[in-house]
Ligand binder design. Structure first.
Ligand code: SAM
Length: 252
């Protein structure tokens, strides 16, 4: 996958590409290419101005459309195919696993990180294919949001993770939360690991994990269950889980 970010703070991305973590590994394995294009390199004045005061007055500055458009054109010229332009914005579609999976299918992505009060609306209207929000809060800039999205997308690229299975079992991959995890020691703080995980019966372990995943989703994110039909086996496992929950816990 070919990707680029348009940002006036290119060094922020060192944290992403420095070699640690999933994205660094995906780059090292040539599964992902990533570059940052600085709109300041696409300005004509000696101050390399990328922002200006808002028409109509008011606080803050607005990112100018010309340097962003030229930076995007540099990205288009460098990309091996047509690019999809993603603008990170608190006004966009909310980012989730489904969006990450859609983006992971694309060949060339350009992420635009806003700053200040945002970006001249004409750039957004003319050039942006998708506005993406991390959630209902406001960040100071789009760089962290780009990195979050890229990390989530990179781990879905085949070959990025050592064990491909781990993606399928993770929270949200099939509309459920992940089951709980335990590692050694077998008893910690007086709390033992569930017996079934120590018994070596793989079928029983798989069943327990499925039941816990269903139960956790029911307890913590009932909205996910409401959006997802369960087959008869899952319904039975969830009933078993619910039957084991102390009554007080179900009344919260
Ligand atoms: N004035 C804008 C508004 O209220 O919609 C917010 C501008 S914010 C201070 C600057 C930049 O941070 C945005 O252009 C965007 O790129 C990024 N940003 C802020 N919150 C974000 C969020 N929730 N998701 C994705 N990007 C965000």
């Amino acid at each position: 996958m070919w990707t680029a970010a348009i940002s006036i703070f290119p060094r922020m991305f060192d944290a992403l590409t420095g070699g640690d973590g999933v994205v660094g590994r995906a780059i090292a394995r040539d599964l992902l290419s990533f570059r940052v294009i600085d709109p300041r390199d696409h300005t004509d004045d000696r101050h390399a101005t990328v922002d200006d005061r808002p028409y109509g007055g008011g606080p803050g500055m607005v990112m100018k459309a010309e340097p962003l458009t030229r930076a995007l054109n540099e990205a288009r010229a460098a990309a091996p195919g047509p690019v999809t332009t993603v603008f990170l914005s608190p006004q966009g579609r909310k980012f989730d696993h489904r969006v990450a999976a859609e983006l992971a299918e694309m060949d060339c992505l350009v992420f635009v990180a806003g700053r200040y009060e945002g970006v001249d609306e004409r750039f957004v209207r003319r050039e942006v294919d998708l506005e993406l929000s991390l959630g209902d809060f406001v960040l100071s800039g789009g760089e962290l949001a780009v990195m979050v999205v890229l990390d989530a997308v990179a781990r879905l690229l085949p070959g990025t993770l050592g064990n491909a299975e781990s993606v399928d079992a993770e929270s949200h991959a099939d509309g459920l939360l992940d089951h709980p995890h335990f590692t050694r020691p077998a008893s910690f703080g007086g709390e033992p690991v569930p017996d079934v995980l120590l018994g070596g019966d793989h079928g029983a372990v798989a069943r327990w994990r499925r039941k816990e995943a269903l139960g956790r989703t029911w307890q913590r994110r009932p909205d996910l269950l409401a959006a997802r039909p369960l087959d008869a086996d899952d319904r039975r496992l969830l009933r078993e889980f619910i039957a084991d929950v102390p009554i007080a816990d179900t009344m919260e």
